[in-house]
Design a protein around this ligand. Sequence first.
Ligand code: NAD
Length: 353
Amino acid sequence: MIKQIVSKNNKIELGMLTSSSFNFLLSSKYKDSKKIIIVDENTEQECWPFVLTSFEALKDAEVILLPSGEENKVMEICFQVWEAFTNYKIQRNDLVINLGGGVVTDMGGFIASVYKRGLDFINVPTTLLSMVDASVGGKTGINLGPHKNQLGVFSAAELTVCDASFLKTLEPKEILSGKSEMIKHGLIASKSLFNDLVNDKNEIPSAELIEAAILIKSDIVDKDYKEEGDRKKLNFGHTIGHSIEGCLLEKQVEITHGECVAWGMLVESYLSISLAGLSSEEFSIIETYIRNTYTALAIDEAEFGNLIQLMFHDKKNQGAKINFTLLNAIGESTVDYQLEEDQILEALKKVFM
Ligand SMILES: NC(=O)c1ccc[n+]([C@@H]2O[C@H](COP(=O)([O-])OP(=O)(O)OC[C@H]3O[C@@H](n4cnc5c(N)ncnc54)[C@H](O)[C@@H]3O)[C@@H](O)[C@H]2O)c1
């Protein structure tokens, strides 16, 4: 059975790809379009064979293989894909299908959105993180050096289909990475989702929990597509998390996006105690969960200055201060706290030393 999440800015379907409107779109609206499938090294192996054998309309599709990993979410790769589009004589009415995790949906969405001023694209997310977060909400983009998602456009997919059967081949650390963004959705907007996730002992979260997390994201995005207000709530944990990710990316340390966000959420929860009214009891619940679930990070005090410098490039900032979303309580958050460097340093010390 397919569930549709009706939303102003996204058309999201949950359930089997083969029962979704994907097939219908391929054989109706995009019947005469060339189809370009963007995959990475892992989704080419684990996901593409199933998709190819399931959909007759994809038998002549052009497959574009990206190197997997965050370090490849860069302009150099985009140039190569745009050159391939030109060689394939791709036109405005052609269709891009992003089959992969957040790197593929972010970068594939960006590549499609700027080629010839915009090709339509469909997201078929294959990681938990891209199902509950990256493939929903119309943010596409790439990194610029250590600065996360510094180049990009708001551009919504024509359709996003979240088929949890793709998650069976995902490594456990990637499931935990996606769960971190689900935890974030609970922390900013739903205490019951947070509690359910913390108590969930299943290796892969249930379809109900995945749906609940997507609903929180799509609700927030519908109210504030261009991130002028409440959408900044979705950045909880990311001001610190993106700086950790950028810093470790530069040092070629392998780490998932969700792990960086989890530790970022812990630092930002600590800041929330004195600045936004989060109780010490609720902080302890968050701290216990994160310390017990995510591997300790290789961040020492010598890196703190570098982290702060990276935070000055955060896209939420206005002026000379660093902008944060903080928690008033588990399930309640407020945007636009402008913080000084010494406040952030103190929180980094508290969490990492
Ligand atoms: N656009 C947004 O709103 C938004 C929101 C959150 C995160 N993001 C971005 O998402 C990215 C992280 O996404 P991610 O965690 O999905 O990373 P990812 O795309 O790198 O995928 C993680 C790993 O899993 C592999 N993989 C993907 N699907 C698989 C499958 N079904 N079976 C086996 N292996 C599979 C990939 O090849 C990769 O090695 C970051 O770049 C982050 O900035 C974007």
